[in-house]
Design a protein around this ligand. Sequence first.
Ligand SMILES: Nc1ncnc2c1ncn2[C@@H]1O[C@H](COP(=O)(O)OP(=O)(O)O)[C@@H](O)[C@H]1O
Ligand SMILES: N[C@@H](CC(=O)OP(=O)(O)O)C(=O)O
Length: 430
Amino acid sequence: MSRCADIVLSQPAIRVVVVSACTGVTNLLVDITQFSSVDARLSAYSGIENITFAVIAKLKQTDGVMASTQALLQRLKHLVEQHDHVYSAAEKDEIVSFGERLSSVLFSQVLLERNIAACCFDVRQVMRTDSHFGKAEPNIKAIKVLCLEKLTPLLAESVVVTQGFVGANELDQTTTLGRGGSDYSAALLAEALAADVVQIWTDVVGIFTTDPRLTEHARCIKEISFDEAAEMATFGARVIHPATLLPAIRQNIAVFVGSSREPESGGTWIAKEVAERPAYRAIALRKSQTLITLKSPEMLHAAGFLTRVFDILSRHEISIDLVTTSEISVALTLDQGGMTTAFSSDIDLALFELEKFCDVTVERGLSLVAVIGNHLHSNQGVTGELFNTLERINMRLICHGASKHNLCFLVQDTEAVDVVKQLHQSLFAA
Ligand SMILES: Nc1ncnc2c1ncn2[C@@H]1O[C@H](COP(=O)(O)OP(=O)(O)O)[C@@H](O)[C@H]1O
Ligand SMILES: N[C@@H](CC(=O)OP(=O)(O)O)C(=O)O
């Protein structure tokens, strides 16, 4: 928090700071929503209390901040201590929102102690969403109107510190935008306020040619287009939430990604126009994918088979990523465990319906590898390079040609990191 305060102090143009929860807190809150034993929930709650008090211990003026955090913690504890209670979807969202609500109180105090006029603002006053708890959809028009009315007047006087990830529906019930959604919140507020730039300060010095945890050879990308960055986010580069670029693209707002640990190291600019558009920009990896193959002689020369399949998937709100078809079969991939995840129960219900008119095979434990770049659909060398590099790897499904910015394939989870390393070496070795 102290390093983030340095960043705010060094840039007077920063008027709104959207905070995420302190490291580990959202996971503990999710644990609370999942544990049935009150003792287990209380132990997760103590973890959150300890993290919060450790931050407060570093502050100079603790009276005001102690009162505000205690009020939040008491409310959270009350929810935690409910015996024989299964949380509703609305209660789960209220519980997981406490991470950002606590960190925003703490960070505004950190700014005040640096003599920055700062105030903590409850984002639920402006971040209007639908009632899809756990993955709420923002209402762009309402957010704009509410921001102009309630947020804009504050900006002249102070730096507004507010919560990422959190919203509220029309009934003022707390909602959340999906895991990792704080940068999405920042982009939504930037759009509503017509900001010039969104800066995402995270734990890496920008967007890399692949997740730097996978290979030490990953390099930071100085500049990347909206299209390429959106593909990277969609296909697993966790550093940005898949939806973050939507508001930025709508309003042409440049996005910067840098590390709050070393702001002097620069970072990555994401913009509409970029100086270079190389054939290969990056490799993204998304683990825990499920491949569903549907086979039916009915598909042969028959109209409407795919409509029937997609109708079932859409009714169960299952989002499909890759699709390939052959004469009598169609293969689809689902992201299980990721940001676009449907609940397993919904998938089971959809499979049950599909089994009524086709043979269904489900393969789990697969990883989706995406090569991101430019003009990949028309670049003759791309597939040759890929097959040469990965000649000994069993690729389960390849999608090439649908997008000029990506080429995707599936491999076993156990082989995925090696595949990324080999491919990175082949495509990006200097
Ligand atoms: N191509 C990539 N470039 C940079 N980071 C990436 C990439 N792909 C995945 N990551 C991972 O994203 C992480 C940052 O995302 P996350 O932990 O969600 O950040 P924050 O908690 O700050 O929102 C990095 O630590 C890095 O391991
Ligand atoms: N705190 C939320 C939202 C978020 O953006 O988190 P992070 O900044 O760690 O990606 C989560 O953990 O999902």
